[in-house]
Ligand binder design. Structure first.
Ligand code: NAP
Length: 253
């Protein structure tokens, strides 16, 4: 039956940046679909995701660490296997942004952003990919952005990192699609999360953005959960290397 293909019962999902925002929503949706969750974030503020996963009747392991550290991916894989014994789904969601005119953009900020949004994402794909290749199956979902397609304004490092995330998704797809691993990318539009507080508090920019979205509203964190479950499930088994926008129609304008 078709709805059975969306079930994630007995599966283990690692979600980076699951403590709040889109990651919290994605991890909650995966848990409600049946997956146990490994939640990765720097802070110890994990009450929301712990409550949501337990409410869904699933198990959770919280790991507080910085994904930009070079050993982070291996530490997360080792802890996941020690705790749950296997891993089926990886969601590379943790990300940061920095808004500064390009002429003034500090190299240290550029490096920090690329390390968090891109280098760490590659390392997580590589380390978890090796385990998924060994077991012969796995689902990897990378968090891109509308800036996987567009340049944005005063966000040079963020746009570069998110274009690269989409390109890396295609590159890994070409190597791993025949080996039982689906690698895809979600490109959220303008979503009401902590990352966009400054934009939302700017009445002019907030109104301009809202007026350009065909759906007539900003996205909510919960708007990405359905696509994440789909891409994590066997219902999407023939979908590889895609970057799929969840943007209220923004890219159609
Ligand atoms: N909001 C949007 O409109 C939008 C649009 C397109 C794409 N995205 C992308 O979607 C993803 C999530 O965005 P969001 O809006 O939900 O962001 P958010 O509300 O700022 O949440 C970011 C999450 O990532 C974690 N995180 C950040 N840096 C980390 C690091 N170095 N190591 C471990 N965890 C880290 C944060 O926890 P700690 O602070 O505890 O580490 C938090 O859980 C990002 O990749 C973002 O680029 C967002």
């Amino acid at each position: 039956m078709i709805l059975d293909q969306f079930k994630l019962d007995g599966q283990v999902a690692v979600v980076t940046g699951a403590s709040r925002g889109l990651g919290l929503s994605v991890a909650t949706a995966l848990a409600q679909a049946g997956a146990d969750i490994v939640s990765v974030q720097r802070s110890g503020n994990t009450a929301a995701i712990e409550d949501a996963v337990r409410e869904a009747g699933r198990k959770i392991l919280c790991l507080s660490l910085d994904v930009a550290e070079i050993t982070a991916a291996q530490r997360v894989l080792d802890a996941t296997l020690a705790h749950f014994g296997h891993v089926d789904i990886l969601v590379n969601n943790a990300g940061i942004t920095k808004r500064t005119p390009s002429a003034d953009f500090a190299l240290a900020d550029f490096d920090a952003l690329i390390n968090t949004n891109l280098r760490s994402l590659f390392l997580f794909c590589q380390v978890f990919g090796r385990e998924m290749l060994r077991q012969g199956h796995g689902k990897i979902i990378n968090m891109g952005s509308l800036l996987s397609y567009q340049g944005g304004f005063t966000v040079p490092a963020y746009a570069a990192s998110k274009h690269a995330v989409s390109g890396l998704t295609k590159s890994l797809c070409n190597e791993w699609a025949s080996k039982g691993i689906n690698v895809n990318c979600i490109a959220p539009g303008y979503m009401a999360t902590d990352m966009n507080v400054a934009l939302m508090n700017d009445p002019v920019r907030s109104r301009q953005i809202g007026e350009r979205i065909p759906a007539g509203r900003w996205g909510a964190a919960d708007d990405v959960g359905g696509l994440a479950v789909f891409l994590a499930s066997s219902a999407s088994s023939f979908i590889h290397g895609q970057t799929i926008a969840v943007d209220g129609g923004w890219m159609a304008r």
